[in-house]
Design a protein around this ligand. Structure first.
Ligand code: NDP
Ligand code: OXD
Length: 315
């Protein structure tokens, strides 16, 4: 690999997730200058950021920043920084294993509800031999919102499990093996058929708060939500009231508007809501670090970057 010595990289060690990427970067590129904080008012030597979140006010202290790379699959933690100059390129992590981990996680959540696992566990605890009816997946529609690098793998896995799968996208640009509904004009049609709704949209100005009461009410009564995208896409109070009033059968939530989920959140301990701590899937460390190093090299060569985000649409 071409030398990356001309770069100074800032990594913000905001979590163990980022720390493990930091350690991998140090070992994959021992000569690369990597700092974890900036000293003084500004650092003109920092050319690249490798982080999950970019706090407001930091970008303005990095006048020569050229690349802001997300260590995660979503780049919203970087794109939402209000002072990120338009000239800075933004990338995100994409790797094949991520879709598969997500497919496992989403299938787990859907099957847990579809095959009544909590009830089976209760029966086990009560030593109760009671055979439950086996439901027919072909009569059940799973709607996957977002058919990107992850959503498309999830959709294929759910088809393989026998579900009727449909998807919703912003444009008709993607190849798809399932029926696709496109844009706002087809959203209600899509929602009204989805017995399980899987959210795999990026968090953008358009998707923020888009799963509100009006949208969630379009789902058939008794539907189940799996949100593995970003908490801010769902209006959490609306979701809670629709679960409480029985319109929705329940939800599996891996992401929240505020993370970690505050201790007083009503989602904790809710009988029909399962909370997991943003662990549905994670890009594998090695490929993500290699992608970042390759992008530093491409930046030098003036070549197109891998997995660059289109800043005009936010993903
Ligand atoms: P991609 O960018 O590859 O795909 C995004 C998909 O969403 C595309 O199909 C796109 O449509 C669609 N989309 C975007 N905006 C809209 C809109 N306004 N209306 C309808 N459809 C829209 O993303 P990935 O599949 O790689 O990742 C999806 C998200 O999953 C990430 O942004 C991240 O937030 C989340 N994630 C969560 C993890 C977890 O552990 N919980 C782990 C990894 C990712 P089109 O095809 O037309 O472009
Ligand atoms: C994410 C990730 O974007 O974990 O949520 O990669």
């Amino acid at each position: 690999m071409q030398s990356t010595k001309s770069h100074k990289v800032l990594m913000l060690l905001t979590s163990d997730f980022v720390k493990s990427r930091y350690e991998a970067l140090r070992s994959h590129a021992p000569d690369l200058q990597v700092v974890t904080e900036i000293e003084g008012a500004s650092d003109p030597d920092v050319t690249a950021l490798f982080a999950f979140k970019l706090p407001a006010g930091l970008a303005s202290r990095l006048p020569n920043l050229r690349l802001a790379a997300s260590v995660g699959a979503g780049a919203d933690g970087i794109l939402t920084a209000p002072d990120l100059p338009a000239k800075v390129k933004v990338t995100r992590a994409v790797e094949p294993g991520l879709g598969l981990s997500m497919a496992q996680f989403v299938s787990l959540q859907i099957l847990r509800h579809f095959r009544s696992l909590p009830l089976m566990e209760q029966q086990h605890k009560a030593s109760e031999w009671k055979r439950l009816a086996v439901p027919d997946a072909s009569q059940v529609t799973v709607g996957v919102m977002g058919l990107g690098s992850i959503g498309s793998v999830v959709a294929d896995a759910l088809v393989a499990l026998g579900f009727n799968v449909i998807a919703w996208t912003r444009t008709s640009a993607r190849e798809a093996r399932v029926p696709v509904f496109v844009g706002e004009s087809q959203k209600d049609d899509f929602l009204s058929q989805s017995n399980y709704l899987v959210c795999l949209l990026p968090f953008t100005p358009e998707t923020k708060g888009s799963l509100d009461r009006a949208s969630l009410r379009k789902l058939p009564k008794g539907s189940f939500l799996v949100n593995v995208a970003r908490g801010g896409i769902v209006v959490e109070d609306d979701l809670l009231s629709l679960v409480n009033d029985g319109h929705l059968a329940g939800a599996a939530l891996d992401v929240f508007a505020t993370e970690p989920l505050p201790a007083d959140s009503p989602f904790w301990h809710h009988e029909r809501i399962l909370v997991t701590p943003h662990i549905a899937a994670q890009p594998t460390v090695g490929p993500v670090v290699d992608q970042f190093l390759e992008n530093l090299r491409r930046l030098e060569q003036g070549q197109p970057l891998l997995n660059e985000v289109d800043r005009s649409v936010g993903y």
